[in-house]
Design a binder for this molecule. Sequence first.
Ligand code: ZN
Length: 443
Amino acid sequence: MAMRPESSLGQQIADDSIGEEIYSLAAEIYPICRSITGNGVRETLRHLARHIGLSVHEVPTGTQVFDWTIPREWNIRDAYIKNERGEKIVDFARSNLHVMSYSLPVCAHMPLAELKGHIFTLPEQPDLIPYRTSYYSENWGFCMAHRQFLDLADATYEAVIDSSLKEGFLTYGEYLHRGEAGSEFLFSAHICHPSLANDNCSGLALLTHLAKRLSRLKTRYSYRFLFAPGTIGAICWLARNEDKIERIKHGLIVSMAGDSGGPTYKKSRRGTSLIDRAFAHVLRHSGLEPAILDFSPYGYDERQFCSPAFNLPVGLFQRSKFGSIPEYHTSADNLDFIRPEYLAQSYRLIVLALEVIEGDKVYINIMPKCEPQLGKRGLYDAIGGHKDVAAGNMALLWVLNLSDGSHSLLDIAERAELPFGVIRRATELLRQSGLLAPISEAC
Ligand code: ZN
């Protein structure tokens, strides 16, 4: 857990408090009832906007976005089930997971047999409340612990859902940090889940703090942050921004960034994009036990960004892989399930991958006829503490040998099996000694 960023970028934007800061923002937005549309998304964006200058977009119901249509806007004020004694046995105010997202309004008395058709539970996990949605078919429903469901007396119940499903808007937020180049790095996190801490309050909070810190820096790339509802939000953004697609050179979806599992990186559809190689490299040198997965057309919004017409180099970063853990889409994905130290570690891994992407350039060895004499230039043993000296010396030799105009620093790091940061420091020393010159910036 003591992994430290090795880069100047990392040193500038990661500090000891980062995990606590991300956790505290995740905890702040956790209670809000979000869905793919509605005031919960707006309220969440207001919390994020306290840290970064977000622009908020509202897209009207009925707008066609490729093969999809922006749905009606859903809002909810209250919901409960009362028994015959007037006691609330299920209460939205206690957990917003109790109501199936996009439930139609209802206010009715009904026998248990009828109510049962609208109750969802997890028999295999009898103490947990499931997370359910019904965006595109009209229905209403309650979610509850199976153990409580089994105890329901055969009686009449009052079911109330004070919701509305009306013409309105789909809301998403965007933040752009402008770099030296017009080329962009796209970050995206879904904002449509209610009180689920890992999936995806953690991703929203992590990216907000990353954006906040990047905003103070000069960067090579521009960084676009998208906070949009899953699937329909990404489709909507792509449909409205086809003119910007060309600029996106790298991208990353971030979800489930705060649990103890993983880390997991799922490659883009291209599989060998710089983001794929950068993450594979960083994770390989992390000292952790990462899972690196090939692309598949299932998961989060990489499905949309990697659809064949766009085929963008967008990967997915998570800790545990979605769907692979018992807490997934249940009330157990709460604020105890995410921890500041794991959020901090996720943040640092992402920053290390950014360092690779920002720093991956091609240099040329100015004295390629045999080895230049490093000793007389004070370059031998010039890198790092005693433990790193051997790696530092090897890095100098690799950089000199492979800087023939056709290898980037990441190519060299991979070939040398050394961390990118070590290769980059060697490059800097050789450049200062006049042995190396940059020849390209592949923005
Ligand atoms: Zn989810």
